[in-house]
Write a protein that binds this ligand. Sequence first.
Ligand SMILES: CC(C)(COP(=O)(O)OP(=O)(O)OC[C@H]1O[C@@H](n2cnc3c(N)ncnc32)[C@H](O)[C@@H]1OP(=O)(O)O)[C@@H](O)C(=O)NCCC(=O)NCCS
Length: 148
Amino acid sequence: MMGYQLRKATVDDIDGIMKVELQSFSLPWSREAFFNEFVKNHFAVYFVIEDRNKIIGYCGVWLVVDEAHITNIAILPEYRGQKLGELLLRSMMEFSIESGAKSMTLEVRVSNLIAQSLYKKLGFFEGGIRKNYYTDNQEDALVMWVNL
Ligand SMILES: CC(C)(COP(=O)(O)OP(=O)(O)OC[C@H]1O[C@@H](n2cnc3c(N)ncnc32)[C@H](O)[C@@H]1OP(=O)(O)O)[C@@H](O)C(=O)NCCC(=O)NCCS
């Protein structure tokens, strides 16, 4: 990760996170949703990766008792394929273990084979399917989990 910095995010990072969000998802979270995550949701922790103070990726987790739930992970398109997503998720897994989590779960679109490949590489298994989970196209979500 030459020249890149990984750190915990704060509410001041929302502008940068929104740039990643809007370029990464067909159903992006709103600015208000992120604001609530930082200000009201005491279970939520976000990490960002920066390239010279520009946010190029982020990952969020909800830490509830001994379970960690990944809310989202995304890298700016022009920075993909450099193992930064893997670095972010590995860092989030380590942080979750240190915070007492015993397992980690997430949902991913059944069509998102790239993200599924990342999760499988890091030891995630396929759990169940949540039917019609995504409201833009009624796509199913694959639930994935890993013991930490
Ligand atoms: C998923 C995402 C975060 C991966 O980030 P990335 O930095 O590009 O991925 P990495 O370079 O760290 O790759 C790690 C692993 O992911 C998988 N992967 C990444 N890009 C891939 C591609 N183009 N094709 C297939 N697998 C790919 C591979 O398993 C790869 O490991 P490998 O290089 O040893 O084969 C990124 O593609 C992204 O932001 N996508 C849009 C948002 C999204 O779909 N997020 C997930 C929502 S659940």
